[in-house]
Design a protein around this ligand. Structure first.
Ligand code: GUN
Length: 280
């Protein structure tokens, strides 16, 4: 079965739209500011899609574009201004940032209540202990897609390939909170194939095409592909060999149309929640 992230994301955004409408009736107008430094093509596409999703949900969006040679001090000044602005509920600084800027310092500067990416150490720590307001958008979207299959996560063996702070590590926590037995694989893992073959739920978040092939997948497994790569022909593809793996998996997300739209839908959900928390 193909997991339709596009359709599920539209359902999430419709839910958010209704929540935003209710907030507006109480005089709260949820607003997200996205900061883009430089003109990296992929980042520009992401930011455009985020702004479009805000329109669908009735969320006010502002896009701040800064030149590629912006200094850390200049970016910090913008973040501080947005922190102090009560009409801004969510702040998202698009990553990656140019090399002269320390990403960690910028993430730390964002007020945790407005950190709709959930990248701030306070929010990361709260996820670790299971007491959180925001979940990072991509892992949260993956969980929604896993739930959409009807699988009961409890007691299942979940394998995550990739250990990034943005996806792999928080994904492990979310699956653990739902009582999965979790394995995190990475570039130093010995015998990746055998580890993956144990997975009832397999999450690929590596950033390289064809990392997961059919021989690595247990029949019937739920396969979530977080990859967003360009192949030699310039076509968008994930980390999973979709053609081969879809023959074996019980459910699988396509790329595009799987995790990508969910990430943005979860950002909308976080922004509405931020506005609610800051006002009620
Ligand atoms: N760059 C790629 N994905 C993301 C994301 O989820 N948030 C931010 N801020 N930057 C990104």
């Amino acid at each position: 079965m193909r997991i339709d992230g596009k359709t599920i994301s539209m359902q999430v955004k419709e839910r958010v739209r209704m929540q935003v409408e209710a907030l507006k009736e109480k005089g709260v107008h949820p607003a997200l500011t996205v900061v883009l430094v430089g003109e990296e093509p992929a980042s520009c596409v992401y930011v455009r899609n985020k702004v479009k999703a805000c329109e669908v949900c009735g969320i006010i969006s502002e896009e701040i574009r800064m030149s590629v040679d912006t200094t850390q001090e200049e970016l910090l000044a913008v973040v501080n201004r947005l922190n102090a602005d009560d009409s801004v509920h969510g702040i998202l600084v698009q990553l990656p940032l140019p090399k002269q800027i320390d990403e960690t310092a910028i993430i730390r500067a964002i007020c945790p209540e407005k950190d709709v990416d959930a990248f701030h150490p306070v929010n990361v720590g709260r996820i670790m202990i299971g007491d959180y307001d925001f979940l990072p958008c991509t892992p949260a979207g993956c969980m929604e897609l896993i739930h959409s299959t009807g699988i009961d996560v409890s007691g299942k063996h979940a394998v995550i390939v990739g250990r990034s702070n943005i996806v792999g590590k928080p994904m492990a926590m979310l699956l653990l909170h739902e009582n999965a037995t979790v394995t995190i694989c990475h570039s130093k893992t010995v015998n990746l194939k055998e580890e993956c073959r144990k997975a009832d739920i397999l999450v690929a978040a590596v950033g390289r095409e064809n990392v997961i092939t059919a021989d690595m997948v247990k029949p019937g497994a739920v396969v979530i592909d977080v990859g967003m790569n360009r192949n030699a022909a310039g076509k968008l593809c994930g980390d999973v060999d979709y053609a081969g793996v879809s023959e074996i998996a019980g459910a699988i997300t396509p790329v595009p149309g799987g995790v990508g739209p969910m990430t943005i839908a979860m950002l909308m959900q976080n922004t509405a929640k931020a506005a609610e928390k800051q006002n009620l």
